[in-house]
Design a protein around this ligand. Sequence first.
Ligand SMILES: [Zn+2]
Length: 297
Amino acid sequence: MEQINYSNCPSCGSADISFQLSAKDYTVSGEEFPIWACRVCSLRFTQQVPSQAAIGRYYKAENYISHTDTRAGFINTLYHRIRKRTLQSKEQLLKKYTGLSAGRLLDIGAGTGAFCRHMKEAGWHVTGLEPDEATRQRAQELHGLALLPAGELFRLPAQSYDAVTLWHVLEHVHALHEYLEQIRNVITPGARIFIAVPNYTSYDAEVYRQYWAAYDVPRHLYHFSPQAMEHLLKKKGLTLEATEPMWYDSFYVSMLSERYKNGKAGYAKAVGVGFLSNWKALFNRRRCSSVIYVIKS
Ligand SMILES: [Zn+2]
């Protein structure tokens, strides 16, 4: 299997990198992957990660949730219920920061298309990109959406989108720099980019350490802190305008983490950790389990 061994930080390029912890792939392979950290920009990243050509099989689990639409199981049910509610708040966020009630949206990593459909119904003109062919088909069946393959990003016309969204996507992208550069190309001057990623400096990440579900190795190539994200954005000529919390992620991630840590569901404990995590984030949004970065050029 082709794997990548970074000798420099994949974000800032520094050689000042070192081993941090080892995490296990609980969803698909059961394999362990080392997570390294950059001392300069504070990014953590998965080492010995499969190349883009080789990582496909690590997405093949029946229960890899963002790619399926199964409604079995408590956690899945909860996930789908909460997703409905978060669609509404994402729409509000786009309107608030773009100042538009409807505009042109590019959603990268659209999954089965729930957000694209929601925004379409809200009157937006929507382009959705999704790398997995079976998932694109599912989006067609479920929502009648014609999503485009991910590579189409590089064929989109310049300055043509008022909003670009990446909901838990950037941490999966091998071509990190190329993506951000092309996103910068396709946005209009007043546009906003919304990037949601997990935050390893959150309270729940601290509690669960190597069991923290949002490490999700090897699918998550990068593990951001707010500081690491800011460093990367600056390097790409982008400006961080605001950070917005994702309140539900702490509960969801804690529930999965409890299962990984103890081999069984620990709902009460997970709710407790999720609540404490949000409590801390209430006073400092940069500690939220997952953060939405609102970005302008
Ligand atoms: Zn770095």
